[in-house]
Design a protein around this ligand. Structure first.
Ligand code: F6R
Length: 617
């Protein structure tokens, strides 16, 4: 949601900025723009629409500035338009700003600035920022500072001090045309260190091809970036050092690698992502261990409740986590949607452990929900795919999925890796607590180890799914039914379908169907059933029989032996422990959503209205 790029060095900035914006396209946006400085004049080029449209703007190729900031906007305040696109400048033309996040008190600030004679061109919250910087540069205590560098940074700091909300901000100025000032709070921003050049971006993959050395800014921390230096300041502008982080991701991992779309590539990367996530966390016959955390038996024994909090797909992974933790560790576990949890006064105290799952680690609601639990004295544990992401910096404990960069908006390999990681966590807790038999835990470990080859087997034959996608792509409604973890994964299958094929769908616990939704079942409606638990086989078949009787067309994803001739289509998947079967049963559903979307000619990787990283409430 909104993307930021910056460059300062000796090369022409524009191509680097546009390239960076293209890498951030997956985050979701509706407008794009850049600003560079040439001969002490800020040049801004921006418009609504795709990043590639920037290349068609008159004069863009003539920009020779070697410093610049760039932005993709996902509209919040003001519709997508050229005026509302970033960068925004102050009235004097001395300062240009790009901003990711939301300034909650922007109307008050706008009113204040208007009373001081400032005028506004856009409807955005962002436009107050360059004008506030100008205001402080020319008024008040900062304005009398003689050193220009100190004065510029002081003016930015004073302006930031007035902002309420979330932000990652880049500022350039004609006053100091060789530096970019950045600051962040609750919105992502990373700085990449080059040789005689430096880079800024909303996330690491966007600039991974230029550098593997990164600085991760803390909330309310400022950085002043020139081509040969990066200096860090706290929120009282005291300078300090910051450690560099080496990121060992493969730059090619962020490319499409011959696949037509990122989503398809990421679906096929799942065997590797699962292997990497298991990594060396356990071997058969040995206890699980996490390098990153050590949790004592005394602490776990003091816990009387676990909350798993997340959004969207990550929340669906959490539902499987609940089943695992309750079964193996016997600790009551609740799963909640972060945007609900944070406002519902949940009952949290020091005997509660709160687990937060977030691929990006930047989801605004999840971060806020984590801060809430901390404030109530609970310990917090983050599960994320992004090293150093905001959520991992806030949490008491952090563990990582090793899925590699996930670019497609619809999450696939992050989900399966999250379920794998939470399975290992549950086994680890159970081993520490002694709450499950060794045999049960060893069998589950063995099932986890076998998963990658089982996923490969499913991916080897996609023909039935493609054929089914061709049959049903024009439908308006579909239903997903399952029981237990099959219901949990049905929710994820339904979400994938909605997101990228724009077909309305509902997921129901199969036994709940009779309590209302069965009224929607009529001749020809497609129902997808998931059956992977032998203990629930007969009950699930009966529920599906009820929809067949009412004319539904059925596709069943199963690892059980089903009665012959009962269902229209059957996709057989390998057997595994029902607690982790979603890792296998989700794959045909991911592929189904993908092939339907392709059949409809839609943009699979960038579905309408969606953003990869939801950094606003
Ligand atoms: C769906 C999807 C979203 C995310 C959700 C949370 O395919 O990707 O539902 O799962 O926005 O995002 P993270 O995991 O980054 O917190």
């Amino acid at each position: 949601m909104c993307g930021i790029v910056g460059y300062v060095g000796s090369k022409k900035a524009t191509p680097i900025l546009i390239d960076g914006l293209l890498s951030l396209e997956y985050r979701g946006y509706d407008s794009a723009g850049i600003a560079t400085i040439e001969n002490d004049v800020i040049k801004v080029m921006k418009d609504k629409g795709r990043v590639n449209n920037l290349n068609n703007l008159e004069g863009i190729n003539d920009l020779v500035g070697t410093i610049g900031i760039a932005h993709t906007r996902w509209a919040t305040h003001g519709k997508p338009s050229k005026e509302n696109s970033h960068p925004h400048m102050d009235n004097s033309g001395k300062f240009a700003v790009v901003h990711n996040g939301i300034i909650e008190n922007y109307s008050d600030l706008r009113e204040f600035l208007t009373s001081k004679g400032y005028t506004f061109i856009s409807q955005t919250d962002t436009e107050v920022i360059p004008n506030l910087i100008h205001y402080y540069y020319t008024n008040g205590p900062v304005s009398v500072i003689e050193d220009t560098k100190e004065k510029f940074l002081g003016a930015v700091k004073s302006a930031i001090y007035d902002l309420k909300g979330s932000y990652a901000i880049e500022v350039i100025s004609t006053i100091l045309p060789d530096e970019i000032i950045v600051v962040r709070k609750d919105s992502p921003l990373v700085i990449g260190k080059g040789n005689g050049e430096n880079y800024i971006a909303s996330d690491i993959p966007a600039i991974l091809k230029y550098t593997k050395e990164f600085y991760l800014l803390d909330d309310n921390e400022f950085a002043v970036i020139e081509k040969d230096s990066i200096r860090f300041f706290d929120n009282s502008l005291q300078e300090h050092n910051r450690a560099i982080k080496n990121i060992d991701w493969d730059a090619n991992a962020a490319g499409k690698d011959g696949f037509e779309d990122y989503m398809l590539k990421e679906i096929f990367e799942q065997p590797t992502a699962i292997r990497e996530t298991i990594g060396s966390r356990f071997r058969l016959g040995e206890k699980c261990s996490f390098d990153d955390i050590e949790i004592s038996k005394e602490y776990l024994q003091s816990i009387n409740k676990i909350f798993i909090v997340a959004c969207g797909t990550a929340m669906h992974a959490g539902l499987v986590g609940k089943a695992l933790i309750e079964n193996l560790c016997k600790i009551p576990t609740e799963v909640d949607i972060a945007s609900e949890f944070r406002y519902r006064n949940p009952l949290i105290d020091e005997h509660t452990l709160c687990i937060y799952i977030s691929q990006s680690g930047e989801t605004a609601d999840t971060i806020a929900a984590l801060k809430l639990a901390k404030a109530h004295g609970a310990k917090t544990l983050a599960i994320s795919n992004v090293i150093g992401s905001s959520i991992t910096r806030e949490a008491d404990y952090s563990i990582y999925t090793h899925a590699g960069p996930e670019i497609a908006v619809a999450s696939t390999k992050a989900y399966t890796s999250q379920v794998v990681l939470i399975s290992i966590l549950a086994i680890y807790f159970a081993e520490v607590l002694g709450s499950s038999s060794e045999t049960v835990l060893e069998e589950l470990k063995s099932d986890l180890i076998d998963l990658p080859s089982k996923v490969e087997k499913i991916l080897d034959d996609t023909e039935v799914i493609k054929a089914f996608a061709k049959k049903v792509y024009a439908e308006k409604d579909m239903f997903f039914l399952g029981r237990g973890t099959d219901y949990n994964v049905a929710l994820e299958g339904s979400l994938k379908l909605k997101e990228i094929s724009y077909i309305h769908s509902e997921a129901y616990a199969a036994g709940e169907l009779k309590h209302g939704p069965i009224a929607l079942i009529e001749n020809g409606v497609t129902v997808i059933g998931i059956i992977t638990n032998p203990n629930l086989l007969e009950k699930s078949i009966s529920n599906l029989q009820e929809v067949i009787t009412r004319g539904a067309k059925t596709l069943i994803i199963t690892n059980q032996i089903l009665p012959n001739g009962h269902f229209d289509y059957v996709i057989n998947i390998p057997e595994t422990n029902p607690l982790i079967s979603p890792i296998l049963s989700v794959i045909p559903m991911q592929l189904l959503a993908y092939y339907i979307s392709k059949q409809k000619g839609l943009d699979v990787d960038k579905p309408r209205n969606l953003a990869k990283s939801v950094t606003v409430e």
